[in-house]
Design a protein. Structure first.
Ligand code: AN7
Length: 358
């Protein structure tokens, strides 16, 4: 008998192996990602005068604090299976953090290409700590991804951006978890759209679960881009994308066709929200429900507020929004948004009471 404590959750590959392209030969590189909480947030719904049920899928609870770990466990396991030694990605931050962690775990080299100066500090700290070779490109994410594609064609490195199909395969497990938790698919699924891998993955996951008769319905997919980086909504690539939500500062998404299929086939929608709207939602969910998600993650919440204002959500709908990354990833944005004015007092009870108005 094995007396060691066993983790009750084995990670997404072991748990959903029958739905994933793995065999018993695949060396599974895992940090026990997945099984993230789906939290009911009635306070947020009341604050925005919504008449529906909203649950948020908190992907910040993954090992590197974003949804990227679901796809990375599979991409790195398959790279290892093929004998690759070096993985590479372009990133607005979270993919690089995840790739660096899983490469460390797999004893592989990792190279990350980041747009110089526009990475949230927490994400940069992660890539550095996990020991990735971190290269800043004098350009944006789209330019970094172009270089990564070219390097991939040399056959010397394994690309782990979401153009790698195993990333999508791993990420679709979030849709499975939502169906398992709710007993069926929600009526609407809201999520942010950057490079458009995740919306593609969720739609694939819901469709496969439906085909396997593990859910009876399919959700309408509602994706949200930042107004300054909204190529899919605007109908053309954006050469100089700008937004406070640095994770989704992407002007030419690799997953554009997948995103279009997802919203059109599901009778959903792709919309855009301004930085002001994103930051308002970011601050609100932290204060109504104690959930601190990074700005990009709050684009779908801003989108939901817009939908309430437009009256596009039927009363009583069941909605899931994916909160893709942790608020602590971007401490600068948090402190600016919350407004930090230090209250400095002498070290006495009376001084504190005076500030409290007592
Ligand atoms: C928190 O890390 O593209 O539409 O290089 O970090 O699947 O790209 C991150 C994207 C949403 C958008 N929320 O997802 C990267 C990167 C957060 C993100 C997205 C990202 P996709």
């Amino acid at each position: 008998m094995n007396s060691r404590p066993q983790s009750p959750w084995p990670g997404v590959i072991h748990h959903y192996a029958e739905h994933l392209p793995v065999t018993c030969e695949t060396p599974i590189v895992t940090l026990l990602e997945g099984n993230t909480p789906l939290i009911h947030v009635p306070n947020f719904v009341a604050a925005i005068s919504g008449k529906f049920e909203l649950h948020v899928k908190c992907e910040a609870l993954n090992p590197t604090c974003s949804f990227k770990d679901r796809g990375m466990t599979l991409a790195v396991s398959k790279a290892k299976e093929r004998g690759a030694e070096v993985i590479i990605c372009a990133s607005t931050g979270n993919t690089s953090a995840s790739a660096a962690a899983y490469a460390a775990r797999a004893k592989m080299k990792c190279v990350v290409l980041l747009p110089n100066g526009s990475i949230a500090l927490g994400k940069l700290a992660q890539a550095l700590m996990y020991g990735a070779t971190t290269i800043s490109i004098e350009g944006n994410f789209d330019e970094a991804l172009r270089i990564v594609r070219e390097l991939g064609e040399t056959g010397k490195v394994e690309v782990v951006n979401s153009i790698n199909p195993f990333r999508i395969e791993g990420q679709k497990t979030a849709a499975f978890e939502i169906c398992d938790a709710l007993g069926d698919a929600p009526d609407f699924h809201f999520l942010p759209v950057g490079n458009a891998g995740n919306i593609t993955a969720y739609w694939k996951g819901y469709q496969e679960y439906h085909a396997a008769e593990k859910c009876d319905t399919l959700p309408k997919m509602y994706g949200w881009q930042a107004a300054g980086a909204a190529p899919i909504v605007d109908g053309h690539p954006v050469t100089d994308p700008q937004t406070v939500a640095s994770a989704i500062r992407i002007g030419y998404p690799a997953g554009w066709p997948g995103a279009t299929a997802a919203w059109q086939e599901s009778k959903g929608h792709i919309g855009k929200v301004t930085d002001g709207e994103i930051l308002a939602a970011y601050k609100l969910i932290a204060r109504t429900d104690g959930i601190f998600a990074e700005p990009a993650s709050c684009a779908p919440l801003a989108g939901l507020i817009k939908c309430v204002q437009n009256g596009t959500i039927p009363e009583g709908s069941l909605i899931v929004a994916t909160l893709t990354g942790h608020g602590l990833k971007d401490p600068d944005c948090a402190i600016k948004t919350a407004g930090f004015v230090p209250i400095i007092v002498p070290p006495t009870k009376e001084a504190v009471m005076k500030v409290m108005g007592l």
